[in-house]
Design a protein. Structure first.
Lengths: 371, 313
């Protein structure tokens, strides 16, 4: 496949030397693949400016193709999810409006017409997709005449703020713990950090939340028990939400970092007399961040899952609480709307994480790992 | 070279040396007992104290989950309104809840549900994952590509959403939870199996079997899968705590197991409501849920290290 991108930039083949950073640019004469007719340029040694442009053009093509394929894939997954959700919701026997109080036949018919339920399934599906593209998620069936997208927009604020603070906390604390553990490998601090991480991993958010609430809000009275009015109110839910991801990030970073700290370029940095801090931050951290970046996409999923519980425990009027209520109330447009909203959110973050991964990992940039 | 004769250090005096007897001349002999790889793994496992702790905790909880509800004079669903919200005492070791039900029995009834969900979900993942992953890995090429795409699409759909959507369509029950978890759960296993099979399928013994006329299924299930058992077992062990967590999570939200069945999730939910006055109603199920997840995680980690010491960090 890489030949496709390469031929667009005039180079027939690009070979990376397996052991050095030298890149070979191969030009086939008259379209022949026979090695006798090849002109080979060693790109890093010969420096015509246009060659650099060619290389970067190729890199750009590779990256663009990678990102485009990820994007198409995301749309495809989303389409599958939307269709599956729609079918599932319609597979439930009986009309969702039947649970209402006794209504006359005419009223029932009017309601069905209002929600478009009188039309054949395929038409309903088409209408739903059409509205979805426009950002219209339909109208709630239980809370009369409220549009789903407005309801989601109203409840998204607290969840977003909580989620972002949890993500930042888990990355910062998790990385710090991981670095400390890696720098003090097999010493006291390493053990302490890893015990903390194991506890964070084992205690689920639905246990962590109530425990924090019990000790810090009920017993010690340092924080409010519930609600989300002052900035201080974010502390307990954030800790409860971040404790699991902190543990995962700390363990991930520790294990890659130990490996990186043993590698040759760190020994070089040490022998140049660089301070421990510079070595860790400038050299080791940068090379150990890859698994953490990959994890970020999943972290969002974790935070969303967790926030459903945390919002229930701390009585936060966010989208998670809303989602569970809609499921318990069986409010189908609302369930579908929230599901799609969550899915878009998750897939977008995972997509962004993929892009970040390409940007961080030079191997992905040369197209070696992209396949 | 022979000219560069090294001078003997002065402290090496001839009287320090003696001639070896014949039977002492055995430095090359293999002294360690020859072990099969499974014995080796078991030995490494035994040396890992944390993993063994996890193992014994799992054994203990399973034993308690079987014995305590069976031996106890109480059961998990009979209400006794004369003794509600009792502090842990001699009769009710873990106290009672708001309907006067014994918390000890309920906690270990919850353990039964958790273990059941965890183990059944893991086994379903195992079966689907091995078949799907085995076929993907063995055939490769187009088959692999199509099957992998399909798996990727399912995998990219957030798992919580699938679970909750299914719970909307089906009645909330243990079966629904397990079905819902299995829909997305098998993919991880399938990928692990696929990677293993791809490595192993070019080995000589697979080729030998093929040249003797064995079919694809026989090669996959008789030769390749048994040799890929290590990573499969590790993944299996680490699936269990996830399944236990998911069940507790859904029950906590009121979407899972319904009362009077005792799930750790519903018990924690009840306990949270009453925690300011009756904290033990929260603490016991919360503690055992965390303990179980902890035990499976350290056991799984230990297992991974035992199977592949190179990976040990």
């Amino acid at each position: 496949m890489s030949s496709l991108a390469a031929s667009a930039s005039g180079v027939d083949e690009v070979r990376d030397h397996p052991e050095s950073s030298i890149t070979f640019l191969v030009f086939h004469r008259s379209g022949s693949n026979n090695s006798k007719f090849q002109r080979v340029y060693i790109a890093n040694y010969i420096y015509p400016f246009e060659m650099h442009i060619k290389i970067w053009k190729r890199v750009g093509d590779e990256m663009f193709r990678y990102i485009a394929s990820k994007f198409i894939f995301m749309l495809l997954s989303l389409f599958v999810l939307v269709s599956a959700t729609f079918l599932l919701m319609n597979a439930i026997p009986g009309s969702p409006l039947q649970s209402e109080k006794a209504t006359s036949e005419q009223v029932q018919k009017n309601l069905e017409a209002y929600y478009g339920l009188d039309k054949p399934l395929i038409v309903q599906y088409g209408t739903y997709l059409k509205n979805l593209v426009k950002g219209d998620l339909g109208i709630s069936m239980k809370k009369k005449f409220q549009s789903v997208d407005k309801m989601i927009a109203n409840s998204f604020g607290p969840s977003l703020r909580l989620g972002i603070s949890a993500i930042i906390t888990s990355v910062v604390v998790g990385c710090t713990l991981g670095i400390i553990a890696a720098m003090h490998h097999r010493k006291l601090l390493d053990n302490v950090a890893m015990i903390l991480a194991v506890i964070g991993l084992a205690v689920p958010s639905m246990v962590m939340g109530p425990l924090l609430q019990y000790f810090f809000a009920v017993k010690l009275r340092w924080f409010e028990v519930a609600g989300l009015e002052n900035p201080m109110d974010y502390v307990l839910p954030t800790i409860a939400l971040a404790s699991g991801p902190i543990a995962v990030i700390a363990r991930l970073l520790r294990s890659t970092m130990i490996e990186v700290l043993n590698s040759d370029f760190i020994k070089t940095a040490k022998s140049k007399g660089l301070s421990g801090y510079v070595i860790v931050v400038r050299h080791a951290l940068r090379n150990s961040m890859l698994p953490v970046v990959t994890y970020l996409g999943y972290l969002t999923a974790g935070v969303i899952t967790g926030s459903v519980v945390i919002e229930k425990i701390f009585a936060i009027p966010g989208i998670g609480k809303f989602f569970v209520e809609s499921v318990i109330n069986r409010d189908y447009p609302l369930i579908m709307g929230t599901t799609i909203f969550y899915a878009v959110l998750l897939m977008t973050t995972r997509f962004l994480a993929d892009i970040a991964y390409v940007l961080v990992d030079p191997r992905m940039r040369t197209g070696k790992g992209a396949k | 070279m022979s000219e560069q004769k090294q001078s003997t250090p002065s402290f090496l005096k001839p009287e320090l040396f003696r001639k070896l007897k014949r039977d002492e001349y055995s430095a090359e002999a293999v002294t360690r007992k020859s072990l099969t790889s499974w014995q080796d793994i078991r030995m490494r496992m035994m040396e890992n104290k944390l993993a063994m702790t996890g193992f014994w905790i799992i054994v203990g909880i399973i034993a308690a989950a079987i014995l305590i509800p069976w031996l106890s004079p109480f059961d998990h669903f009979t209400n006794d309104l004369s003794s509600t919200n009792k502090v842990p005492n001699g009769t009710n070791w873990f106290g009672t809840d708001d309907l006067g039900r014994d918390m000890l029995v309920r906690t270990f009834k919850g353990a039964q549900i958790s273990m059941f969900v965890g183990i059944v979900a893991a086994l379903i993942d195992l079966i689907i994952g091995i078949i799907y992953g085995g076929i993907m890995g063995y055939y490769g090429g187009k088959v692999d590509e199509v099957m992998n795409r399909f798996a990727e699409i399912i995998y990219s759909i957030p798992y919580l959403l699938v679970v909750i959507l299914l719970l909307v369509v089906m009645e909330p029950s243990l079966t629904t939870i397990i079905v819902a978890m299995s829909i997305t759960g098998w993919i991880n296993m399938a990928w692990i199996v696929r990677a293993q099979i791809m490595q192993l399928k070019n080995q000589e013994y697979a080729l030998a079997s093929k040249s003797l006329g064995a079919g694809a299924m026989r090669i996959i299930f008789r030769h390749l899968i048994p040799n890929a058992m290590g990573p499969i077992l590790v993944t299996l062990t680490l699936t269990v705590p996830n399944a236990i967590f998911t069940e507790a999570f859904l029950s906590f939200l009121g979407l899972g197991v319904q009362s009077p069945a005792a799930s750790w999730g519903t018990m924690i939910d009840d306990g949270v409501k009453a925690m300011t006055i009756y904290p033990w109603r929260l603490l016991f199920p919360a503690f055992f849920l965390s303990l179980t997840i902890f035990a499976f995680n350290v056991f799984g980690d230990g297992l991974r290290d035992a199977f592949d010491p190179k990976l040990k960090k």
